[in-house]
Design a protein around this ligand. Structure first.
Ligand code: ZN
Length: 150
């Protein structure tokens, strides 16, 4: 994996073309806005949490293929997931995209299609934006930004 085109694997292109859960949740219990100033990616994330389980997830907004595909895949993974498991997945995803390229990382299924961003520090922000927005929504903060996050 050594050039940028390798980043745009088929699974990423597919999620970018047909983002899953791309809608506003009227009954959302948690929401947050995420913004990545380096790239201009901007998304609103909606969660419905009931009894400690994420029963529904939706997102809206626009950004580059990496950020949009990452948000789409994340919503797929989080739907039906206990909040504690979702937080653990956040940690695993974060370490996958921030581990140096020459070190092996855990296989996270379709999320692993984003592992290539490890070689492109600017793209790490794009791939992790949705996840930081998810954490912000859990904390009910108004806004997430990747400016200070890794
Ligand atoms: Zn981006």
């Amino acid at each position: 994996m050594s050039n940028l085109s390798d980043l745009y694997q088929e699974v990423i292109l597919d999620h970018n073309r047909r983002p899953r859960n791309f809608r506003v949740l009227d009954a959302a219990t948690h929401q947050a806005q995420g913004y990545n100033p380096l790239c201009g990616d901007r998304f609103e994330l909606y969660l419905t949490i009931d009894g400690g389980v994420i029963t529904d997830v939706g997102f809206q907004g626009s950004g580059c293929a990496i950020s949009k595909a990452s948000a789409s895949m994340m919503t797929d993974c989080l739907k039906g997931c206990p909040v504690a498991d979702a937080c653990a997945l956040f940690e695993r995803f974060h370490s996958m995209v921030t581990t140096p390229p020459d070190i092996a990382v855990e296989d996270l299924g379709k999320l692993s299609s984003l592992a290539g961003v490890r070689e492109f520090p600017v793209r790490v922000k794009c791939a992790s934006l949705a996840w930081h927005t998810f954490k912000a929504a859990l904390n009910q903060s108004q806004r997430a930004t990747t400016e200070s996050a890794g």
